[in-house]
Design a protein around this ligand. Structure first.
Ligand SMILES: Nc1ncnc2c1ncn2[C@@H]1O[C@H](COP(=O)(O)OP(=O)(O)OP(=O)(O)O)[C@@H](O)[C@H]1O
Ligand SMILES: [Mg+2]
Length: 239
């Protein structure tokens, strides 16, 4: 049976793509038949007449994952806004059944699937108000929560954990991203540990020269080579 993880953020721009790229890199290096799936992407660029999502391009570039775009990113939009708005601005409806069917096909082919969400749990995917948390439930996935270490993270993280609990979504644990070693960040992590009954799966440092839209990976691979907790995350063994 495939191991499946939904990479959920407390917000947009918290590092879901960066972390997905690092995990995919480690998975492929270890010989896993691993797949990255981005149901809906907003933001990208035309290259030679074809449109590519920044997120998907970055993950493919860093990890060497070769799958064709249509199979792993059924809905991609140019406008870097919430999916429901991008879909309405660009006049292309997001059909949830297409997402579910695309995912079903990937499950036949891969033994590890990493799904990158859009922003946080309460993000509308369609104009009619179909929400990201509904998709997570329909796909039957557990989540790894990517949280910032800086100001605002206590509120965002606790809200997400409580909301997930209330609607019956499992959060396997938190990945804190962008840690720069300050005592304020240290205290944020300590406070979240104290107030929430959740595992901290790992802390990912602030990296140099990394920029998703420009496909700049900086020292991402070198950093992920050293992150031993990724093995536990892959295996799903950490409590
Ligand atoms: N650990 C890190 N160290 C340094 N910079 C980082 C780190 N993680 C993320 N960033 C920076 O933050 C930007 C946003 O990260 P990323 O695109 O992974 O966020 P996201 O949660 O996937 O956003 P979106 O909701 O748009 O998909 C990156 O382009 C990068 O510049
Ligand atoms: Mg992203």
């Amino acid at each position: 049976m495939a191991r499946e993880i939904f990479v959920l953020g407390t917000d947009t721009d918290v590092g879901k793509t960066v972390i997905s790229a690092g995990i995919m890199y480690r998975l492929l290096l270890k010989g896993y038949k691993a797949c990255y799936f981005k149901p809906v992407s907003s933001g990208g660029a035309y290259i030679g007449g074809d449109f590519y999502s920044y997120d998907v391009s970055f993950v493919k570039n860093v990890s060497g994952f070769p799958e064709v775009e249509d199979n792993i990113n059924p809905f991609r939009f140019r406008t870097p806004v919430s999916p429901h708005l991008a879909s309405s601005l660009e006049n292309r409806k997001i059909n949830i059944n297409v997402i579910l069917d695309t995912y079903k096909e990937l499950k036949k082919k891969y033994d590890f699937i990493l799904v990158e969400g859009c922003g946080g749990l309460a993000v509308p995917l369609t104009d009619e108000g179909y929400m990201q948390y509904q998709l997570i439930k329909e796909l039957g996935l557990g989540c790894v929560l990517v949280s910032k270490t800086t100001l605002g993270t206590i509120n965002h993280t606790l809200l997400t954990l409580k909301f997930a609990e209330n609607i019956g979504i499992k959060i396997e644990g938190i990945l804190f991203n962008g840690y720069n070693g300050s005592r304020w960040e240290e205290d944020n992590i300590k406070t979240i540990r104290k107030l929430a009954d959740v595992a901290v799966l790992g802390i990912i440092p602030k990296m140099e020269g990394i920029h998703v839209e420009n496909l700049k990976a900086g020292n991402l691979k070198a950093v992920f080579d050293e992150l031993t907790f990724i093995e536990d995350l892959i295996a799903g063994t950490k409590d």
